[in-house]
Design a protein around this ligand. Structure first.
Ligand code: NAD
Length: 506
């Protein structure tokens, strides 16, 4: 692959991947107990680049056991000690930014300009944010009577299980790990089987900063390793990010042990453009709105909040869509390792096929294809990679491509007549993760933002993920929140000490 970044294993590669990874348990690299491995493929070329341990319930048992042993001392660490650990992880990641970013690009297929500028810097900031908020967290005290006091302490849960998807391997791992560790828990994390290697690469870089057994990574498939983790009697919470259908299963598993769950699931986010967006056609605001329209292709559309439905007010429909299509035509697709590339490869062959099948469903269902709609062959070594052209359909909200999550660079566009119609269409979905509202009127934007049933409504912006803004789903997009200091509550329980200081009888 011709690029400034050589392939893993080649001379000059900055992503110094090993050819084989086991699990990371108890501060050591561990062979899977059953001795099995699976091939890990890079979507950049469609070729394998390393092998990864295929975990089973035996590996999960071992990791949970080791994590509990580590918890006996980790729970005694002070907030300052844990904050320092998180800050050191952030610093180490920053010192190795390019290596980690390139490793993530090889693993997932996303453009290196994104991993360098967004994925890894956001992960670094996440560790820093939780290092900070942890120090600022305080308990509370209720005065019951003159001599009686109720103290409320935050205590960690113990060992928690975390299961993550493949679309932002390192960032999703960080969203889970940073708050869990800040709160004083030990973790068993299972990466997605499509993208385990960059997380393992990161673990190699930071392992000396973490006490043995505090973070344990068990690789493998959902049924073989994920289900035994989510059902394990030894975990006190399960945190999951993935598909809504899998989320339902995770809740069932957790109910067997009556443990809390947080679920970050799918979405079908509406990006709503009100007519005043086009009041001045080519000023900076208008250009920003057009960019917002093209964000369905960011990260190849493999974002749970992908603005996969665009709702454009009828009075500006033709001109705005025309300008939007022109912008879509300027999205540079190419080798993800080339810093000029804006859209790279889909994360796996399965995902590629799923997207292509939805493009067919769109055509068969009567939607009009306005752009893209096909696999792209980039030639040479990249011919085997999983590339799909940014795709724009026009149709109506009852079509399957408007209702079902495609998780690819595909936007389904429709028009609306007025405010109420816009809100009705935006909310006509079983999901409620994200939305975008575009209007020059603060009043319209505010009212739309409040009326849309979604956990995150971007207003005159999209796809920003700062660590200190709460993120999570309404409806079937999930339970609980990630990011923000609220997250500590999901990883802690309240200890109430009710103390009498009275010297006399009760
Ligand atoms: P997925 O549900 O197939 O897999 C997610 C993880 O769950 C993987 O690690 C997988 O191995 C594991 N898993 C699968 N079946 C399991 C089972 N029965 N028991 C336990 N674990 C199991 O999802 P995916 O295809 O990897 O990810 C894409 C989905 O993730 C999309 O729906 C997307 O919207 C969602 N997502 C949501 C957010 C969010 O924050 N809401 C963020 C990213 C992705």
């Amino acid at each position: 692959v011709s690029s400034v970044y050589a392939a893993p294993g080649e001379r000059g590669s900055v992503a110094e991947y090993r050819s084989r990874y086991g699990h990371y348990i108890g501060g050591q690299w561990a062979e899977p107990i059953k001795g099995q491995y699976f091939e890990n493929i890079t979507p950049v070329t469609g070729k394998p680049f390393c092998e990864v341990g295929r975990g089973t319930s035996e590996d999960i048992d071992r990791a949970v056991d080791v994590a509990w042993k580590a918890f006996q001392s980790f729970k005694k660490t002070t907030p300052a000690e844990r904050a320092l650990m998180l800050s050191r992880i952030a610093d180490r990641m920053e010192q190795n930014l390019e290596k980690i970013a390139v490793a993530e690009t090889w693993e997932n297929g996303k453009p290196v300009r994104e991993t360098l500028a967004a994925d890894i810097p956001l992960a670094i900031d996440h560790f820093r944010y939780f290092a900070g908020v942890l120090r600022a967290q305080e308990g509370s005290l209720s005065q019951i009577d003159e001599d009686t006091v109720a103290y409320h302490f935050h205590e960690p849960l113990g060992v928690v299980g975390q299961i993550i998807p493949w679309n932002f391997p390192i960032l999703m791992a960080t969203w889970k790990l940073a708050p869990a560790l800040a709160a004083g828990n030990c973790v068993v994390l299972k990466p997605a089987e499509q993208t385990p290697a960059s997380i393992l690469f990161l673990m190699e870089l930071i392992e000396d900063l973490i006490p043995a057994g505090v973070i344990n990574i068990v690789n493998g498939f959902g049924i073989e390793a994920g289900a035994p983790l989510a059902q394990h009697k030894g975990i006190r919470k399960v945190a999951f990010t993935g598909e809504t259908t899998t989320g339902r299963l995770i809740m069932q598993y957790a109910s067997q042990n009556l443990i809390p769950v947080t679920l970050e699931l799918g979405g079908k986010s509406a990006n709503v453009f009100f007519e005043d967006v086009a009041r001045q056609r080519h000023d900076d605001y208008y250009e920003k709105a057009l960019e917002g329209f093209t964000f369905f292709a960011l990260n190849q559309g493999e974002v749970c909040t992908c603005p996969s439905r665009a709702l454009i007010q009828r009075s500006i429909y033709d001109e705005f869509l025309g300008d939007g299509l022109e912008r879509v035509g300027k999205i540079v697709q190419g080798n993800p390792l080339d810093p000029a590339t804006m859209i790279g490869a889909q994360a796996s062959n399965d995902q590629l096929e799923k997207i292509l099948s939805y493009i067919q469903i769109g055509k068969d269902g009567g939607a009009k294809l306005l752009a893209g709609g096909e696999r792209v062959d980039l030639g040479g070594d990249l011919s085997g990679g999983y590339y799909v052209a940014p795709t724009v359909f026009e149709g109506t909200n009852d079509m399957r491509i408007f209702q079902e999550e495609i998780f690819g660079p595909v936007v389904s566009v429709t028009s609306f007549d007025g405010f109420d119609d816009a809100i009705h269409i935006a909310n006509d979905t079983l999901y409620g993760l994200g939305a975008g509202v575009w209007s020059r009127s603060g009043d319209t934007a505010y009212r739309a933002g409040r009326a849309i049933e979604a956990g995150r409504v971007w207003t005159n912006t999209y796809h920003q993920y700062p660590a200190h803004a709460a993120f999570g789903g309404y409806k079937q997009s999930g339970i609980g929140r990630e990011n923000h200091l609220k997250m500590l509550d999901h990883y802690q329980q309240t200890k109430n000490l009710l103390v009498s200081y009275a010297e006399g009888p009760m």
